[in-house]
Design a protein around this ligand. Structure first.
Ligand SMILES: N[C@@H](CCC(=O)N[C@@H](CS)C(=O)NCC(=O)O)C(=O)O
Length: 208
């Protein structure tokens, strides 16, 4: 067996690296899934990681070392033709990805908040952020020509949406899709796709 073309380095968790793992699994591309814990990270020389942050994707075919989680998934999506068929469809993929980036920003403060602040952050997330964005995505999915967000086939935006909606559910312990049945059905549809289903069954178990 030949060595994998891609190497993805990240902490031992899903968080912002999982969409790249899903995408590579969906296209049946073997990859080196390098994981470490905080202690190992603290002891590491960060020179191999742009900006001293992870995830980082290495493409052994062209020597690229790419940081920034969304840039990584977009790069892979372009390579594997999961960016829609037109510039407009590619732009919609970017738009949905940025929606989930915005939503992530809203919950990052939870890592360091005290209990009272956590309740406040979660309430704002559910009462303001989620309706603002999910009502649009729910409606887009209802009006979609197919089973996916854009066009008639899977794009990286579908992977981003399925992953982050699940991550929010797990991390916040709230059913964030309770009022968005079309998004829920879409999430489950993505998780059942060949490659993605297999990855979910075999990936290392981590809380989020
Ligand atoms: N915007 C970046 C954020 C990267 C980031 O902050 N990664 C965290 C892990 S989730 C990290 O590398 N933390 C280690 C550190 O800053 O020392 C992305 O989307 O990749």
């Amino acid at each position: 067996m030949s060595a994998p073309k891609y190497k993805l380095s990240y902490f031992d968790g899903m968080w912002i690296a999982e969409p790249a793992r899903y995408l590579l699994s969906y296209v049946k591309e073997d990859f080196e899934d390098v994981r470490f814990n905080q202690e190992q990270w603290d002891a590491m020389d960060k020179k191999d990681f742009p900006y001293g942050k992870v995830p980082v994707l290495e493409d052994t075919e062209n020597g690229l070392k790419l940081g920034q989680s969304l840039a990584i998934v977009r790069y892979l999506a372009k390579k594997f033709k999961l960016v829609g068929e037109t510039d407009a469809e590619a732009a919609k993929c970017d738009e949905y990805a940025d929606v989930f980036k915005d939503l992530l920003q809203e919950i990052y403060p939870l890592w360091s908040a005290d209990e009272e602040k956590k309740v406040e952050i979660k309430a704002a997330f559910m009462e303001k952020a989620v309706p603002r964005y999910f009502s649009v995505i729910e409606s887009d999915l209802k009006n979609s020509k197919g089973d996916y967000l854009i066009g008639k086939s899977l794009t990286w935006a579908d992977i981003i949406s399925a992953h982050f909606t699940e991550l929010f559910q797990i991390f916040l312990t709230i059913d964030v899709l309770a009022n968005y049945p079309t998004m829920k059905a879409h999430q489950q549809r993505v998780f059942k796709l060949d490659g993605i289903r297999e990855w979910r069954a075999k990936r290392p178990a981590t809380p989020y």
